[in-house]
Design a protein around this ligand. Structure first.
Ligand SMILES: Cc1cc2nc3c(=O)[nH]c(=O)nc-3n(C[C@H](O)[C@H](O)[C@H](O)COP(=O)(O)O)c2cc1C
Length: 349
């Protein structure tokens, strides 16, 4: 069976798979799914004012991000439990990122360990930290990540408790109790089984927690999961190197603002003091171009690679990432942008 040709076709194939509620877990949002939907609609609602006669030849898609140059301003967002989407998911997603030249973010709850990543050639990756009450475990996780080749820590701050996912309530879907968490095993957690780890997540996270993480991190820290300019500035004041404007793909607080609308406010407030990335509802390379034009340094995709994984395994993820890269390049050309620096707000109506 040939792989689908568009991200939307991957999504359609994925959600019609018989996966006992997994499709709802991946595709769904919290509550009635209002934010999950609005994230997508907000990118679509942005109209464009392209330049014409801007020259020919392939545009330069490279972009600077935290002292390195990315081939493209696109990253794979952290998603846990890839193994439930595909038996080899934990390794297939990072391998596909390496093949497609896209930076990968490794979730604390990924179903592969640091040692699995260390052996993948050409992989650029960040480690996403869920903060546990055990500070020693947090520090050990970050140290192991750095040792295995991660170049930044992404601290997720929007999961003080799990959002209520109505679709999972209906299907009865649950991930709890399914084995151990590889990163926690490698970091020497006292009990690395999912259920005890999950219940030892720090539900009292505060700005002090960020200060502690920054102090103990051997790498730059990027704060993921905020939508407010004042929170972004506070994160930078406390030593974060950047922020990811994110509402967890609409999976936490339903009716939280769509990220495409939150992004420009954060970008203006940050004013170049740190990196600003965005995720939520990015479904095409054109959405990535809009994010950069609004002032983001890069955009991340969460569900799209998982749809690729479910439908076509590692090759499905590679296909999804290649589609996004090609669409981004084509969008730049049609916008009259010769380089990512040419993607500016005056291209937006
Ligand atoms: C199935 C699934 C699992 C996720 N797991 C994590 C996670 O472990 N850590 C995290 O910070 N975010 C997690 N997220 C949120 C993503 O990193 C990202 O913020 C979101 O998916 C972006 O929206 P999009 O899916 O519309 O692209 C998860 C999202 C999904 C869909």
């Amino acid at each position: 069976m040939p792989l689908p040709r568009t991200i939307e076709d991957f999504r359609r194939s994925f959600i019609t798979m018989e996966t006992e509620g997994l499709e709802g877990y991946v595709d769904g949002g919290s509550g009635r799914g209002i934010t999950a939907l609005r994230n997508v609609e907000a990118w679509d609602a942005i109209e464009l004012l392209p330049h014409v006669l801007a020259g020919s030849g392939a545009p330069d898609t490279t972009t600077p991000l935290l002292d390195v140059v990315e081939q493209v301003p696109l990253l794979v967002a952290p998603t846990g439990f890839q193994e439930y989407v595909h038996p080899d998911g934990g390794r297939a997603v990072p391998r596909a990122c390496a093949a497609a030249g896209v930076r990968y973010t490794h979730s604390t709850f990924a179903t592969s360990g640091f040692s699995d990543l260390a052996v993948i050639d050409d992989l650029s990756w960040w480690f996403q930290l869920y903060v546990f009450t055990d500070t020693g475990l947090n520090t050990a996780l970050m140290a192991k990540a750095a040792e295995a080749g991660a170049s930044a820590i992404v601290m997720t701050v929007d999961l003080a408790v799990l959002g209520q996912r109505d679709r999972d309530l209906h299907t009865g879907f649950s991930l709890r109790g399914r084995g151990t968490v590889p990163c926690a095993v490698e970091a020497g957690a006292t009990d690395a089984r999912l259920a005890p780890l999950w219940s030892s997540l720090d539900h009292d996270m505060s700005w002090e927690t960020l200060t502690t993480v920054v102090a103990n991190a051997p790498l730059p820290v990027i704060v993921k999961g905020l939508v407010r300019a004042d929170d972004a500035l506070k994160a930078l004041d406390l030593g974060a190197a950047g922020v990811i404007v994110s509402n967890h793909g609409g999976r936490q607080l339903d009716t939280s603002v769509a990220t495409a609308r939150a992004l420009p406010v954060v970008v203006d407030a940050v004013a170049g003091r740190g990196a600003v990335l965005v995720d939520g509802g990015i479904r095409t390379g054109l959405d990535v171009a809009k994010a950069i034009a609004l002032g983001a340094d890069a955009a991340l995709v969460g569900r799209a690679p998982l749809w690729g994984l479910g439908v076509g395994g590692e090759q499905g993820v590679v296909a999804v990432l290649r589609i996004l890269r090609e669409e981004f390049e084509r969008s730049m050309t049609l916008l009259g942008a010769r380089s990512t620096a040419d993607l500016t707000r005056d291209l937006l109506h």
